[in-house]
Design a protein around this ligand. Sequence first.
Ligand code: NAD
Length: 257
Amino acid sequence: MTKLTDKVALVTGGARGIGAAIVDRYAAEGAQVAVADVDLAAAEATAARHGARAFPLALDVTKAASIEAAVESVAARWGGIDILVNNAGIFDMAPIVDVTEASFDRVFAVNVKGLFFTLQAVARRMIARGQGGKIINMASQAGRRGEALVAVYCASKAAVISLTQSAGLDLIRYRINVNGIAPGVVDTPMWDHVDALFAKYEHRAVGEKKRLVGEAVPFGRMGLPEDYAGAAAFLASSDSDYVVAQTLNVDGGNWMS
Ligand code: NAD
């Protein structure tokens, strides 16, 4: 596996879950990977699996100065950034009448504003360097349609799909491909949080919602973080040079669009 030999990748939210599986695959494909996360200790543990191929980086995508410092530190260490995986994201849910302003702001600050300004900071450097690049935004099947209890998260992921289209169209002239991945339901720490919230709002036993959504996937089970590594490697490689502004559903058949 050497699809990404000597490419430099920055993976946000790379400490665990889907992001960590992408870090593992990129390192196996020969890339140098910056594991950027608000949870630095977890980022250190993930990066440590790959020796000199990976390094941990403190990053809070809700803070412009943190984005700038992280992007600068990767460029200074490895000479530039070839691949950005804009994966950091958070989840919250509530009935419409119970959504708080604080929850709304937090979800949009990470999932939309943080994703956009990380993309912008990396794109500026890619343009200045003149070697193109690959940007992969983590959307969701939640961005394809609304859900009664998940209005704000769904809207944030619809925004990710939209930003992927606009940025993809704007940046392809610099040979920067911007594409997205829309996961379905994936067994990560995030889904334990999702399950706990569904238990609260739908009066279910803990674990029940997770079991039901897994059984409903046409593939027959929930996704695993490693189910995302192949799509992320493809979209980071030259095999996807002619793929522009798309969001790819990787969801075991949950959604078609
Ligand atoms: P996760 O919660 O397991 O991991 C997310 C990572 O992002 C964590 O390491 C966390 O510390 C980091 N993070 C959170 N806020 C951050 C911030 N402000 N700055 C930097 N890092 C931050 O989640 P996951 O399930 O691996 O999800 C990864 C991405 O995939 C997210 O964008 C999520 O919305 C999306 N997604 C997940 C699922 C699913 O079912 N798990 C489905 C669709 C989409």
